[in-house]
Design a binder for this molecule. Structure first.
Ligand SMILES: C[S@@+](CC[C@H](N)C(=O)[O-])C[C@H]1O[C@@H](n2cnc3c(N)ncnc32)[C@H](O)[C@@H]1O
Length: 378
């Protein structure tokens, strides 16, 4: 007899599977992260030392300051529009937006022009953002999900937002490509299965179709849909979107779906709703979706290169000079954000821009188109 009030997300998922059949990984991930009763993000603030993981803006103010200076620079490049949307999907505790505003506000007119839009699924984190950004309350509106963007110029910044959006996994078998999913085993535990269904080879990138049996690949229609919305917006309105996340700059085979709990890796099926679930971001697919929809893509660059080229080292030196007692800590934080064996290489920064904008810093201008052949020399 089905329980109308399951007490845990595991119970709710078990019931759903016995009522309607196994779940795709995308449906499982969505339930685990944003189920309205038990979702991981809906029920807690997972960030920081006592939480499950830490993000770049929580490591050091330098991260948000560099990005704030970048936003100010981009506003000037956009011609200082008198009204523009400053959008942040997945703003966490509001720390990054706070550091952006604190820094960009050094440029007269920026704050007055900014209409701030925070896209946040978690009521707990929305409350934190409200308190952190209290001074800017009259300029901020919240949206629960990524939907329409306002018809005006835009600067969008997303740090570790895309990796929280669902993925699907496909696995190669002798019969073709099938979808991986989640079901219940004989002991009533959640277990991986291969879902019944047609051969999904058309969803697999042609370069990966001939891989060995049992190879897993990941696709992410929801993530690409958001990249396409951003690209479409930037094809219609002037602006830029900075996407920072961890992942590959080229499509790669492999299972990157992972759970993290108390700063340690965990089994993604063990305790649904109580561990963070993410998967690597495939920047090449995001870039393809954004360009096809009308945006121009720059990068990605490794996060370390991106931050260094935008001046994070002189900023660190400045803070150290003013706070000599914090030198060790600042040096450690700088390395954490930029060193290639820490976040500097695995994390990447990609910009989607309006196609008529010149190269956004720190990307070098595109090389000039080759000159047309001189007919006289034929
Ligand atoms: C990994 S945290 C990153 C937080 C912040 N950007 C930072 O760097 O500290 C992911 C953020 O995205 C939000 N989020 C996750 N899934 C979401 C969704 N489907 N729609 C809107 N927000 C979402 C979470 O609540 C959280 O604020």
């Amino acid at each position: 007899m089905a329980d109308p009030h399951p007490k845990t997300l595991k119970d709710k998922i078990r019931q759903l599977i016995s009522d309607t059949g196994p779940l795709g990984i995308d449906a499982y991930m969505e339930l685990c992260l944003t189920d309205p009763d038990f979702g991981y993000y809906v029920t807690r603030d997972p960030l920081g030392k006592p939480g499950d993981f830490i993000t770049a803006p929580e490591i050091s103010q330098m991260f948000g300051e560099v990005i704030g200076a970048w936003c100010a620079h981009m506003w000037v490049e956009l011609g200082q529009p008198s009204e523009f949307a400053l959008v942040e999907p997945g703003p966490g505790r509001g720390t990054l937006m706070h550091d952006i505003l604190r820094t960009a506000n050094l440029l007269p007119g920026f704050q007055e022009a900014a209409r701030i839009i925070l896209i946040e699924a978690s009521p707990v984190l929305q409350a934190q953002q409200k308190s952190r950004l209290e001074a800017f309350a009259d300029k901020i509106e919240w949206q629960d999900e990524f939907s329409a963007l306002p018809d005006m110029p835009m600067i969008l910044v997303a740090n570790e937002f895309i990796d929280a959006l669902p993925i699907r996994q496909l696995q190669r078998s002798p019969a073709g490509w099938s979808e991986r999913g989640v079901s219940i085993d004989d002991d009533d535990n959640l277990a991986w299965i291969i879902l019944d269904g047609p051969d999904l080879e058309p969803l697999v990138s042609p370069s990966l179709r001939q891989l060995d049996e049992d190879t897993i690949i990941e696709i992410a229609p929801q993530r690409n849909g958001i990249a396409a919305m951003i690209g479409h917006h930037l094809g219609q309105h002037a602006g830029v979107a900075l996407i920072i996340d961890y992942g590959y700059d080229n499509v790669m085979p492999g299972d990157s779906f992972q759970a993290v709990k108390s700063h340690e890796f965990a089994n993604p099926l063990e305790d649904p709703g109580n561990a963070d679930l993410t998967a690597h971001v495939d920047f090449s697919s995001l870039a393809k979706a954004a360009s096809a929809a009308g945006g121009k893509v720059w990068g990605p660059l490794p996060q370390g290169t991106f931050l260094e080229q935008l001046g994070i080292v002189p900023r660190a030196e400045q803070i150290m000079a003013a706070n000599p007692d914090r030198k060790e800590r600042i040096t450690r934080d700088l390395a954490r954000l930029t060193a290639s064996d820490q976040m500097g290489m695995l994390f990447k920064a990609m910009v989607i821009a309006s196609p008529n904008l010149s190269a956004p810093a720190p990307f070098p201008p595109a090389p000039p188109a080759p000159l047309a052949e001189n007919r006289d020399s034929e």
